[in-house]
Design a protein around this ligand. Structure first.
Ligand SMILES: [Fe+2]
Ligand SMILES: [Fe+2]
Length: 336
């Protein structure tokens, strides 16, 4: 089970001591903290303020500067974006009696970050049941985000019964194929993939989409940082529960020549980080309800936890990048 060393203990819904794990600062073990720190690359100083781990990256030009996700980067020209995930608007159940309220809190938290993100990515399961009303509601809620652009990728809950047609009517403008696309900003190349189209094709990209990625990457220099969004992880987090993408290795092979690749996914409703060579994978948490850790329950069903633990399990992620840095800086925050 070494694949799961990267879990943040605060996000699994169980007290760390009860699970027999050392409880480090804010529930992260020291080893996990260091692994998180290692993500920033270069010389990194971590400080803890207000319950969060804040990173400072040693500026290659000599002076220590706030990481792009820090509070002092305004006006620095850094890229800063936010990932939210798995809002499941329309879900009703004891695991969270008010998912709309939780998502509203997440939107408010994004708007209170102290900087205006260049964009916000919702990495899927926007809705719970793909109804027109749920799509309208989540779109309306995201219109309250103080950002220039909102991007999405579909989750399997956004593709129920219609292979994603209602999703694409709401969010698919300007996308290719079944809803995939790419864009560039601040020297970073972004690709948004679809691996949730139908229950028969869950965790599958397909040759058309892989062909798109091949062409899309062909003209890029290998030192371009690449960020790939998908709902279901592109790594084998837990295939038994469908937490993997069966043909992802074909895309991974295309990404191998790049010096910095970051894959950001949702779907698993918990934080997890894993590095394989040049590629780092970050599973995001949810704004709706926790799911069990892999293999710790008979099935990945919504977990009912005490109210305080629910708060600890939900969150948002901010990501920063300054041109010239080798890696992106990822910061996960619980819902306040
Ligand atoms: Fe989900
Ligand atoms: Fe999902």
């Amino acid at each position: 089970m070494t694949d799961y060393d990267g879990y943040y203990d605060t996000h699994d819904g169980a007290p760390a001591e009860a699970a027999g794990r050392p409880d480090g600062e804010h529930g992260m073990t020291r080893r996990q903290l260091m692994r998180h720190a290692g993500w920033f690359g270069g010389a990194v100083v971590l400080t803890v303020a207000g319950g969060e781990v804040i990173s400072h990256i040693a500026d290659p030009r000599g002076s220590t500067a706030e990481a792009a996700t820090g509070t002092a980067a305004a006006g620095s020209g850094a890229l800063r974006f936010v990932q939210v995930s798995d809002s499941h608007i329309g879900f009703q159940g004891p695991a969270n009696m008010d998912v709309a309220g939780s998502f509203t809190e997440a939107v408010d938290q994004v708007n209170s970050l102290g900087f205006r993100p260049d964009f916000v990515m919702h990495s899927g399961d926007l809705t719970h049941l793909s109804t027109a009303g749920q799509f309208d509601q989540v779109k309306h809620m995201m219109s309250g985000l103080k950002t220039d652009r909102v991007f999405t990728v579909p989750g399997e809950h956004d593709s129920i019964g219609d292979a994603g047609r209602a999703y694409r009517r709401t969010f698919g403008t300007g996308t290719l194929g079944d809803g995939w696309y790419s864009f560039d900003t601040h020297g970073v190349h972004f690709i948004a993939l679809v691996n949730t189209l139908s229950l028969e094709k869950l965790g599958h990209l397909g040759d058309d989409q892989i062909g798109f990625v091949r062409k899309d990457l062909a003209g890029l220099s290998s030192d371009t940082p690449v960020v790939v969004f998908s709902h279901i992880p592109l790594f084998a987090m837990y295939p038994k529960w469908g937490w993997s993408t069966d043909d992802a290795l074909k895309v991974i092979a295309l990404l191998r020549r790049f010096s910095s690749v970051t894959c950001l996914n949702g779907h698993v409703h918990q934080l997890f980080t894993k590095t394989e060579g040049n590629i780092t994978f970050h599973s995001a948490t949810t704004t709706a309800y926790p799911l069990p850790r892999p293999g710790r329950a008979p099935a990945p069903t919504p977990q009912v936890v005490p109210a305080r633990q629910l708060k600890d399990a939900l969150g948002i992620r901010s990501v920063g990048y300054r041109q010239g840095d080798r890696e992106l800086a990822v910061k996960d925050q619980r819902l306040a």
